[in-house]
Design a protein around this ligand. Structure first.
Ligand SMILES: Cc1ncc(COP(=O)(O)O)c(C=O)c1O
Length: 396
């Protein structure tokens, strides 16, 4: 320690409450409860759809599984081609694109939202573009009206990764309701947790049926459509209707246990999100804007982690900031979402060769000079103010 108190500030705290555990214990104390995917999962999907404002949701075992199923469904219905993706996102977003046989086309991010730069996305559209797979990074809305309109006019599906941003809005509407498909993660550190878990939401009934089948081995009996099940049974009379596999697929189901936690948590999601937004405003309002970026596009944001991005690419200052965070017990991650620039990761370098990083200056700055710090509902305001003073006191 260089002096000063330990703030004991983890990335996330108490995200599973006593009430959640009590709901779980009640559920488990039933006589012989069904634990595999059943009515609790269905109820959680219905409640999630109602909270978000969409027709359909499919609960899976992680946000990464949500990514994989989303892009698999897109491949089944739209065929191969290119997908425009951000450089700042989670690895499984890009992995799903590659694993499903699409070519990822990268764009740099917007400094104020950390999401894809809309003008660059529009500039990268070609006749091969099958989708734009956008990530709303750490609670900030990445949508622009110009992008939404352009994609609609050209008939290009928008897919939203809302794993880090649920509850955030654009033009007063929740993120995840603009895209053809939207993915969510319920990992422990996120706005709502089922410990591990994820959701895919959509208003498209055909894609919904495909997602349900993809989630469970590709099995046709998972579809809720009598017509679809019947048509497969008639087309394949040599098969047992209970065992018709429509797609080469996966098993990414979750369990009743996880759904019970999700149902308990969703009741306080909006209240928790309000507290998180107040925390972020306090943090950004008290940071020294000569040293740190404070002009993030916070309108409609809903953040579970504070973004700390240094104003200038100053390695010595950066080391001093890291020292202060370490010395005062403040847990952090470098590079913000997903560890920074995906193009630097070995899995992509192996595939694409050495990238021309000079084409991606914004993500490069965030990669080396960006951090995130936990923002949980019980975070004390004095701690936020203390941290701001400590950070502001770091000499340039
Ligand atoms: C933007 C984004 N997408 C996808 C994921 C994957 O979610 P999971 O960890 O539940 O697999 C994450 C994980 O944090 C994420 O931040």
């Amino acid at each position: 320690m260089t002096g000063g108190k330990n703030l004991h500030w983890p990335l996330m705290k108490n995200n599973v409450s006593g009430a959640d555990l009590a709901a779980l214990v009640d559920f488990l104390q039933q006589d012989d409860p069904i634990l595999t995917q059943s009515s609790e999962v269905q109820a959680f999907e219905r409640e999630w759809s109602a909270w978000l404002g969409v027709k359909h949701s499919v609960f899976v075992n992680s946000g990464s599984s949500a990514n994989l199923l989303t892009i698999s469904a897109l491949r089944e219905h739209y065929g191969p081609g290119e997908i425009i993706v951000p450089t700042l996102t989670w690895a499984s977003d890009i992995a799903s694109v590659i694993q499903c046989g699409f070519k990822p086309v990268f764009v740099d991010v917007d400094r104020r939202t950390l999401g894809m730069d809309s003008a660059q996305v529009i500039g990268k559209i070609t006749p091969q573009t099958k989708a734009v797979f956008l990530t709303h990074v750490l609670g900030y809305n990445a949508l622009r009206r110009s992008l939404v309109d352009e994609l609609q006019a050209r008939g290009i599906p928008l897919i939203e990764d809302v794993c880090e941003s649920y509850g955030a809005t654009f033009e007063g509407r929740k993120l995840g309701t603009f895209g053809l498909l939207a993915d969510f993660s319920f990992y422990y550190a996120h706005h709502l947790t089922t410990v591990e878990g994820g959701m895919i939401s959509t208003n498209d009934s055909t894609l919904y049926e495909t997602l349900r089948m993809l989630r469970s081995h590709g099995m046709v009996r998972e579809s809720t459509s009598d017509e679809l099940r019947q048509s497969y049974a008639e087309s394949y009379p040599d098969l047992n209707p209970d065992f018709i596999f429509a797609f080469p697929a996966y098993n990414v189901r979750s369990t009743e246990i996880n759904a019970v936690l999700g149902r308990s948590q969703i009741k306080r999601l909006d209240d928790n999100n309000r507290l998180r937004s107040e925390n972020l405003t306090l943090f950004l309002n008290h940071l020294d804007s000569n040293k740190y970026q404070t002009d993030f596009a916070t309108a409609g944001s809903c953040n579970y982690a504070f973004t700390l991005v240094l104003k200038r690419p100053d390695p010595a200052f950066c080391q001093k900031v890291i020292r202060v965070l370490h010395d005062h017990g403040v847990e952090f991650r470098r590079g913000t979402a997903g560890g920074g620039n995906q193009l630097r990761q070995p899995y992509l370098r192996r595939l694409l060769g050495e990238p021309d990083l000079s084409r991606f200056p914004i993500v490069e700055h965030v990669h080396f000079y960006g951090f995130y710090i936990g923002n949980y509902p019980g975070l004390e305001q004095e701690k936020i103010l203390t941290l701001c003073s400590l950070l502001n006191d770091v000499p340039l």
